[in-house]
Every structure is written in structure tokens, then in C-alpha cells.
Design a protein around this ligand. Structure first.
Ligand SMILES: CC(=O)SCCNC(=O)CCNC(=O)[C@H](O)C(C)(C)COP(=O)(O)OP(=O)(O)OC[C@H]1O[C@@H](n2cnc3c(N)ncnc32)[C@H](O)[C@@H]1OP(=O)(O)O
Ligand SMILES: CCCC(=O)O
Length: 447
């Protein structure tokens, strides 16, 4: 599917001319991750003193934003963000941006049904191809839906932006208003730290549950990606990929020949994703490679579509879990960390898939500046947001073990989760669970 031709006459203009189209009070949208423009941003920041109340919507910032750096008190530009990267988290800590909650897979529908038309959308794309298309497949997400709702469409073209096969991930020149040249920067990369011993211990437990032909979703963060490291030496083969984020870990499995997609029901033989974020090797792997296809996020993330493949295995990270099994994965009390993203939808999609399994993983403790806390707690930190409700959580994994909460009573959940906590915290958790009636006094088998 592509954006229908609107018979526009796209004109080439400079970044400064494009930025001159912005007026106070306008809503701008930059799409997601790799589609965020750079040359336009710098030109817009240069107009700071002429502008106020310009609102910019975006997601998962991958490199510093000129309009945030030039406007520390947010007097000119307001930022609205669907999911935080480390950079976004710092902006939010400093009071410079807003978080907008979403289940990621619903984002295209939000733009089509609930969000007012966008005044200007500016997205970074690969250069126009021989058929007249600009490809934004490294950040397909909900960009097509924004383009449908935008009053003015500007593409910032950049040689280094990957072009990806798939659907709903390109726009024809006939639908574009203006084309600006990018600043020639390389596509932004995100690091991939070596897995820790704990990451490896957790990953090893999950890998035991993965069978030949499983269809994987690997979430954001270090621990889910450690699973790929362990999988490489596991002897498992014919893996399929239907995921939200293309990760370096997945590409390393592809490079090792473990990913064939041969047993997938949809996109057989191909890896499906909605956005890419990682290393140069990752961007090279997905660039014009028919083994990889990107799609809008409602295709990758809506549970009924995830469930079209059999044996879906969804692996995501969480930051805190209470003894009922509620997973808080995106905040530390009222401090917002990341977002709901695709976690809940993949947990649900995996459950609905024939033979599917979902895993929420975490280290048993969180250590910041010498203050070591259990991630498994009686009560979530006040203000913490539940990302995945207890009714949806299936497997929970720490370095101390793995439990499946489906079908378990509250007392059984509490007992099982205490068993996954660090030994130093187990006694206190058990006492709290009993004092608060999670483990009833006279409950059979719970002595
Ligand atoms: C992407 C897909 O394919 S779809 C589904 C995946 N999406 C999700 O699961 C959404 C929610 N999950 C997430 O956002 C991530 O997996 C996270 C945040 C849970 C973990 O990601 P990581 O990159 O491994 O997290 P990391 O350990 O660097 O911590 C991120 C921040 O949270 C803070 N944090 C983590 N755990 C805790 C905790 N228990 N208490 C307080 N703060 C915490 C860290 O200190 C850090 O903040 P800082 O940058 O100010 O130091
Ligand atoms: C919205 C992108 C990342 C995630 O799902 O966690």
C-alpha cells in the first residue's frame, strides 16, 4: 500500500525555506526514530526568537534535537512524545517534554480518528527511487497515517537512510509538497551493551522454552537482546521474526543463518518489523534486502495480527512487579522512563497465538548509586504505571527462576514471585504477603 497520489507538484527548497513555513501555534510531526529530520530541525531552531507555541510531536529520539537544545525553558517549542529514549528521559526530567500514552499498535488509528490534522509533517527518508517513492521503512510505524492527515508534507532526504521492502512505508513524490536535502549525517545508531551475567542467566532460562520454528518478538533493552546471544549457540533453527523493533540481536541471528521464517504463516520467509534502531550493520542488513519487510505498526503490533503466526514467543523487559504479578515497565513512581510501547499488545498477541508464550524478564534487584532494591515488591512504587496487568502476565523470569502465572491463585502468585526475588528480600516479602492477606492464614497448601 502506498500513499495515493494527490497530484501535488513537489518542489525542492532549502531547509531554511522549509522552516520559514512554520508559524506560531502550529502542530508539527516528525514521525518516529530514524524518520526525525535534522537539517530542518537546525533551521527551525535558528528561527527560535520569531516563534512561540510551536508544538512538535515525535517518538524515541535517537540524537539531540536542535529545538530542545536551543530552548531550555520551552518558551518557543513544546515537545510531545509517544515513547522515551534516554535523551527524551533527560528532557522530561528537565521539564521540557510531555509523554502521550499509547499502545503503540493503535497509533495509526489515533492519527486517523482522534488527532487534529497536523499542520506540517517533516520526515527523513531515503532518496527518491526510480519509481518516484521516498522510503521511510526504517521507521514505518504510524508515518503513513500522519501523511494522510497532514496539511503540508516535507521530506528531508538522506543518502544514509535505509530503504526497506514492505508495505505502507513509502510516499510517492506526487503526494509530497517539498523536498529538502539532508545534512549528510550518518543514520543515528544506538548502542548494544554486552549482556551481563544476570542477563545471560535470565536469557538461558527463556531459551530453554524456545523451540525450532518459533516466531520471535524481541523487546527494547539489554536483557531481551541477551536472548539472541544465547540463542546463537543453542542449535535451534528455522526461527521466524514478527516484531516491533528490529534489533542488532535479531540481525546477528539472521547473519548466523538461524532465521529462515520457513514456518511463519504470514510473511513466510521474511522478517517483519515496524522500526529499526541499532548499529550500522543492522541498517546495512535491512537496506533493500527482500528477507526484511517493514510495515505500519498496526500490522506488526495488533494482537489479532500477531496471533496469525503460530508459536509466537514475545520477550520483554519490566522494571518492577508486585506480588499479584502486575508489571510496571515504564516509570519509577511519577518519573516517566520509557512507555507502554508494544509490550501489552505483544503479551496479548503471543497468548492468542497457537502455542504462543510471553516472557517478562528482569533482574531480581535494581541498584542505583549503592541503593539496592528488590524489583519484586508487595506494592508498586506509588505513582508507578501498570504496563501489563496481572491477568495478562504469563511467564516471569529473573536470574533465580521462571514461573508461569496463568491460572495461579493470588497466594500461588505471591509464593512463586517471592521465589524469583533475591534471597536477601524473600523473608521480608513473605512476611508482608502474609500480613496483607495475599497468602491467607488458613489457605490449604500454603503453609
Ligand atoms: C520494542 C518492542 O519490540 S515492543 C515491546 C517492548 N517495549 C516495552 O517493553 C516497553 C517497556 N520497556 C522498556 O521501556 C524497557 O524494556 C525498560 C525501560 C524496562 C528497560 O530498558 P533498558 O534499556 O534495559 O533499561 P535501563 O536499565 O537502561 O533503564 C532505563 C532507565 O530506567 C531506570 N530504571 C530501570 N529500572 C528501574 C527501577 N526498578 N526503579 C527505578 N528506575 C529504574 C534506569 O535507572 C534508567 O534510567 P536512567 O537513564 O535515568 O539511569
Ligand atoms: C515505542 C517503541 C518502543 C517500545 O515498544 O518499547
Amino acid at each position: 500500500m502506498t500513499i495515493g497520489l494527490r497530484g501535488k507538484q513537489a518542489t525542492k527548497i532549502t531547509a531554511a525555506e522549509a522552516a520559514a513555513r512554520v508559524k506560531p501555534g502550529m502542530w508539527l510531526d516528525y514521525g518516529f526514530g530514524l524518520t526525525q529530520p535534522d537539517a530542518f530541525e537546525v533551521a527551525l531552531a535558528a528561527r527560535r526568537d520569531e516563534l512561540h507555541d510551536v508544538k512538535i510531536r515525535h517518538c524515541l529520539t535517537m540524537r539531540a534535537r536542535a529545538t530542545q537544545e536551543c530552548d531550555p525553558n520551552g518558551e518557543h517549542f513544546g515537545w510531545f512524545n509517544w515513547h522515551f529514549s534516554g535523551y527524551d528521559r533527560k528532557q522530561h526530567d528537565a521539564g521540557r517534554c510531555n509523554y502521550i500514552p499509547f499502545n503503540f499498535g493503535e497509533a495509526p488509528d489515533f492519527y486517523r480518528r482522534f488527532i487534529d490534522p497536523v499542520d506540517i509533517v517533516v520526515i527523513k527518508t531515503a532518496p527518491m527511487d526510480s519509481e518516484g517513492y521516498f522510503n521511510f521503512g526504517g521507521g514505518a510505524t504510524y508515518v503513513e497515517a500522519i501523511l494522510e492527515r497532514a496539511r503540508l508534507i516535507i521530506v528531508e532526504v538522506n543518502e544514509d537512510t535505509p530503504a526497506v521492502y514492505g508495505e505502507g512505508n513509502r510516499v510517492h513524490v506526487g503526494a509530497v509538497d517539498h523536498i529538502i536535502e539532508g545534512d549528510g549525517q550518518k543514520a543515528p545508531e544506538i548502542g548494544n551493551p554486552e549482556p551481563s551475567e544476570i542477563d545471560r542467566a535470565v536469557a538461558a532460562r527463556i531459551v530453554e522454552e524456545i523451540e525450532d520454528g518459533a516466531c520471535l518478538q524481541i523487546g527494547i533493552g539489554g536483557m531481551p537482546n541477551a536472548v539472541c546471544t544465547i540463542l546463537k549457540d543453542s542449535g535451534i533453527h528455522d526461527l521466524g521474526i514478527h516484531t516491533e523493533m528490529m534489533t542488532d540481536g535479531i540481525v546477528s541471528l539472521y547473519d548466523a543463518g538461524l532465521v529462515t521464517g520457513a514456518r511463519k504463516i504470514i510473511d513466510r520467509g521474511c522478517s517483519a518489523f515496524t522500526f529499526a534502531a541499532g548499529s550500522r550493520r543492522q541498517y546495512e542488513a535491512i537496506n533493500r534486502n527482500p528477507d526484511f519487510r517493514s510495515y505500519p505498526v498496526d500490522y506488526t503490533n495488533l494482537p489479532h495480527n500477531i496471533a496469525k503466526n503460530d508459536n509466537v514467543v514475545s520477550i520483554n523487559n519490566t522494571t518492577q512487579m508486585d506480588l499479584q504479578g502486575q508489571a510496571a515497565s515504564e516509570s519509577d513512581g511519577h518519573r516517566h522512563i520509557s512507555g507502554t510501547g508494544g509490550q501489552l499488545q505483544f503479551v496479548r498477541g503471543a497468548y492468542a497465538s497457537k502455542g504462543g508464550k510471553s516472557f517478562l524478564c528482569m533482574s531480581s534487584t535494581f541498584d542505583k548509586r549503592g541503593d539496592r532494591r528488590s524489583r519484586i515488591v508487595l506494592n508498586l512504587t506509588p505513582g508507578n504505571v501498570v504496563t501489563t496487568p496481572r491477568t495478562d502476565v504469563m511467564y516471569v523470569v529473573t536470574e533465580y527462576g521462571m514461573v508461569n502465572l496463568k491460572g495461579r491463585s493470588v497466594a500461588e502468585r505471591a509464593k512463586a514471585l517471592i521465589g524469583l526475588a533475591h534471597p536477601d528480600f524473600r523473608e521480608g516479602l513473605e512476611r508482608e504477603a502474609r500480613e496483607n492477606g495475599l497468602i491467607p492464614r488458613f489457605c490449604y497448601g500454603m503453609a
